[in-house]
Write a new protein. Sequence first.
Length: 287
Amino acid sequence: MISSRFLASKLQSPDDLFPRGRIAVIGAGISGAAAAWLLSDRHDVVLYEQDQRIGGHANTLDVSMDGREQPVDTGFIVFNDHNYPHFTALLDHLRVASQPSDMSFAVSLDNGRMEYSGQGLSGLFAQRRNLLRPGHWRMLMDIVQFYRQIIAFSQSHDLSHMTLHDLLVRFGCSAGLTRGHILPMAAAIWSTPIEQVLDFPAASFVRFFENHGLFKLRNRPRWRTIAGGSRVYVAALNAAFKGETRKGARVLNIARSEDGIWVKAEAAPLNAMTVPCWPAMPIRLWR
Ligand SMILES: Cc1cc2nc3c(=O)[nH]c(=O)nc-3n(C[C@H](O)[C@H](O)[C@H](O)COP(=O)(O)OP(=O)(O)OC[C@H]3O[C@@H](n4cnc5c(N)ncnc54)[C@H](O)[C@@H]3O)c2cc1C
């Protein structure tokens, strides 16, 4: 007789749910590289990357500074333990070291006529003339008020159809706060020109700031960066990957038939596929 416990343990086995198969992963950014690495323990995985380099937006360049080479991350830069528990566990597993980052924020407007940084009083008044500018003091008071009240405001208003511009107008943000703080901060976080960041969805803006503790004036999360740059974890992940990586292999077309899923240029059908990228891409590829 088969006990229900035995059955339950068999049913929970990933091998039963999805027996060993051939799987394509399209795109070798962190999402694809991590999925491919996890799947390659139990399946035959081919990781397709259109570029000659793996890592996608995790990319590090060497820049010569004062006669020595300095690794500089051009995409992914920082993380923290609180918001990135799986990523932190992945780094621990791969034995990739990280180090604290100072994650500073500074604004320079109108060709340097108005400048400040978030590094204490000396940063806020780095331009000493700001001590005498009522507009600067007003902006600092507005920042404190905005950070204290925005979460309650977002809970009592429906943000689902609002842009960041709508939110700032509805909240009654002053021009100084908007131009001198919120827009530069949002533009820096989302690597977006200031003119375009006003169209950003208000709900996503509030959720991101709240999740990442950015509305807090104190006890913000401690941001960390990968020692040696993000290419170090990309290389570690790739070294642990047991499948095959095809660089310079742009997937043009994916299709389903009775035998399985076909990726253009593959000679045999696959059992599954993961396309870890922005949603429009698989729709474009699927035929
Ligand atoms: C300037 C900047 C700074 C950032 N800073 C941070 C930060 O500090 N912290 C943070 O958490 N996040 C940061 N991010 C965001 C982070 O880098 C991304 O969220 C993350 O790297 C996305 O990884 P991904 O694997 O989902 O996509 P991607 O890295 O975009 O990877 C997708 C891969 O798919 C490949 N591909 C696409 N189409 C095909 C195809 N048809 N065939 C084959 N291959 C294909 C692409 O070449 C690419 O390699 C930053 C982003 C930018 C741009």
